[in-house]
Design a protein around this ligand. Structure first.
Ligand SMILES: [Zn+2]
Length: 250
């Protein structure tokens, strides 16, 4: 008899498997980190666990372990975040957050901060209709910080001057990330316009679960898209990982 383990988790990825009408899932749990498990029989019509084995599903998973492999025996679903599918931008960003988490989470490594961040990001997009681009930008910044690749938005990486009263700034690819206007002028960096910097600062200064307060800001789509690209680049330069889920958009 194998022992049953119970853990809270979010499904990051799910692919059909050639045997047993099964799906192979990639899951992320605050206690177990990233792990893989097979759900048998879920491809059959009316399978009880079918909805629980799709990406975004957040629930309490019961797992049987045998020889280091997990099989899902039951799931108590807390949320499937199906609302994300009603809005293409939310769905695309949501999928990219699952991918970023998959790249940052380590197998067998506890990571409550990243788990909370992902769950909150999905909730604010699904229920508070927060602009998905703002959620994406915030998520990259926070998830990189949790993973030890944080950008310092408080002080210039070059001269150490406070960035609080700067009208614009630059992002650099190496080290801590942000330069004041002066230092940015003579360094290879991505120069942010005054409005890009203001928008970025507002997102940085706001907690992820309060992002809804920015809903009335009417951020320009162009600025948000440009900041999303900059953050995707920051992610790449810090982790050497490309985000496939955004490939056709950027
Ligand atoms: Zn400086």
């Amino acid at each position: 008899m194998s022992e049953i383990i119970k853990t809270t988790a979010i499904v990051l990825n799910s692919v059909p498997c050639s045997v047993d009408a099964a799906r192979d899932l990639e899951l992320f749990s605050p206690e177990m980190g990233k792990f893989f498990a097979r759900a048998r029989g879920v491809e059959k019509p009316k399978a009880k666990l079918a909805a629980a084995t799709q990406p975004f599903c957040f629930g309490e998973f019961s797992l049987a372990e045998r020889g280091g492999r997990y099989t899902i025996t039951d799931v108590y679903v807390h949320d499937t975040f199906f609302q994300l599918a009603y809005n293409l931008d939310s769905f695309v960003v949501g999928s990219s957050l699952l991918e970023i988490t998959s790249k940052l989470a380590q197998t067998g490594e506890e990571n409550l901060s990243l788990f909370k961040l992902l769950l909150t990001a999905l909730k604010v997009m699904a229920y508070e209709k927060v602009n998905p681009s703002a959620v994406f930008i915030k998520f990259i910044i926070e998830s990189l910080a949790i993973s030890g690749y944080g950008l310092n938005f408080k002080k210039c990486n070059g001269c150490g001057k406070s960035l609080d009263d700067q009208n614009s700034a630059s992002l650099i690819y190496e080290s801590g990330g942000v330069l004041c206007h002066g230092c940015g002028q003579h360094t290879d960096s991505v120069k942010l316009s005054a409005s890009e910097w203001q928008t970025l600062k507002q997102i940085v200064d706001c907690d992820i679960d309060s992002l809804a307060v920015l809903n009335d800001q009417n951020f320009s789509r162009e600025i948000l898209v440009s900041l999303m690209k900059d953050m995707t680049k920051q992610f790449y330069f810090r982790t050497s990982e490309k985000l496939k889920s955004l490939d056709k958009y950027f």
